[in-house]
Write a protein that binds this ligand. Structure first.
Ligand code: P6P
Length: 326
């Protein structure tokens, strides 16, 4: 039974980085307990507040956010924290070496229907060229991530984490609170004919991309058909493609000229792209690789294509046709 500390140490991750991940995981264990109460815990339903994204905050959004901020601020190794639920970066400990950004409870619209939800996190090196508490601390690229992962609160609770070279999955032993190795060195399964997209938006995607995705579901011989799965939670959909292959896409939406993309670059696309690429897949925006994209606003949004190399490349090429055609 190998713990995540042993495996990350084997990848020469710094002891203080491993210790920081341990704090995040211990907090996620508490979040898993809160999630697990369901209707018995007075934690379901919404608050009467909206977050900076203009989304109504669920009670568990706030609980998860507060637990993570409290634990990370107390730990002493984190200089600043960025959260989907916080408008700006928060100072944790001046001069400390790390930054942590997270979506405390991704997919929270699934909470009240007992659907998949999870915590997505990424750890970066703090910058000495900007003020400790400023949003600019996080204005880096996806390749600057030191470690990224997610904790999926499903029928069982899994951690998937990487420092960039390999990806490991761990399963939470709920009685001991330990995350125990369940899949070492996850590698993308190539050729899985299953895509993940919210097809309700199909007619609002860039036109040639609509044609590409429509071609996947057009009648074809039984052994070449494609399947579609959509959890409504990036953490659940990306976990599925990491576990059995396929592609996850959230293209830009032509209805919203001001804000055509939905997913957030810093604490959704960056960490998921690091995991997908470390497992041998590819992550694209509609302009290039996710990991090469510079962050210039804390809650910057981006179109997302994540999947096995061939499929992600095919999706990006279809979009390139759009860009050259446009
Ligand atoms: P839609 C959850 O709100 C989220 O940010 C991602 O986790 C998820 O993939 C996406 O939005 C779902 O969006 O449009 O299907 O509700």
């Amino acid at each position: 039974m190998i713990s995540f500390k042993t495996l990350l140490a084997q990848e020469n991750a710094a002891p203080e980085l491993i210790d920081l991940v341990a704090v995040i995981l211990s907090t996620c264990h508490h979040i898993a307990e809160q999630v697990g109460h369901g209707a018995l815990g007075n934690t379901l339903g919404a608050t009467d507040a909206e977050n900076v994204q203009g989304e109504v905050q669920k009670k568990l959004d706030v609980i998860a956010n507060d637990l993570l901020i409290e634990a990370l601020t107390a730990h002493g190794s984190v200089r600043a924290i960025a959260s989907e639920e916080e408008e700006h970066a928060r100072l944790a400990c001046s001069g400390a070496p790390y930054l942590v950004a997270f979506d405390p409870l991704d997919g929270s619209s699934n909470i009240d229907v007992n659907g998949q939800i999870g915590t997505i996190f990424t750890i970066l090196k703090a910058r000495d060229d900007v003020p400790d508490h400023s949003d600019e601390q996080f204005f880096q690229t996806g390749r600057d991530q030191l470690c990224a992962g997610y904790v999926l609160y499903g029928p069982y609770t899994t951690l998937v984490v990487s420092t960039g070279a390999v990806v490991h999955e761990f399963t939470l032993n709920k009685s001991s609170g330990e995350f125990i190795s369940s899949k070492k060195d996850m590698v993308f399964q190539q050729g899985t004919r299953e895509f993940s997209a919210n097809m309700a938006n199909l007619f609002y995607w860039p036109k040639p991309f609509q044609n590409y995705i429509t071609s996947l579901i057009a009648p074809q011989p039984a052994n070449t058909r494609f399947n579609m799965r959509w959890q409504g939670a990036m953490v659940g959909d990306v976990h599925r493609i990491l576990a059995r292959g396929g592609v996850f896409i959230y293209p830009s939406d032509t209805r919203d000229v001001a804000q055509p993309a939905k997913l957030r670059l810093l604490y959704e696309a960056f960490p998921m792209a690091l995991l997908v690429e470390a497992a041998g897949g590819c992550g694209y925006t509609e302009a290039g690789r996710i990991l090469d994209t510079p962050l210039t606003q804390l809650h910057q949004r981006t179109p997302v294509i994540l999947g096995d190399k061939n499929w992600a490349n095919a999706c990006f090429t279809a979009l390139l046709i759009i860009n050259t055609a446009a």
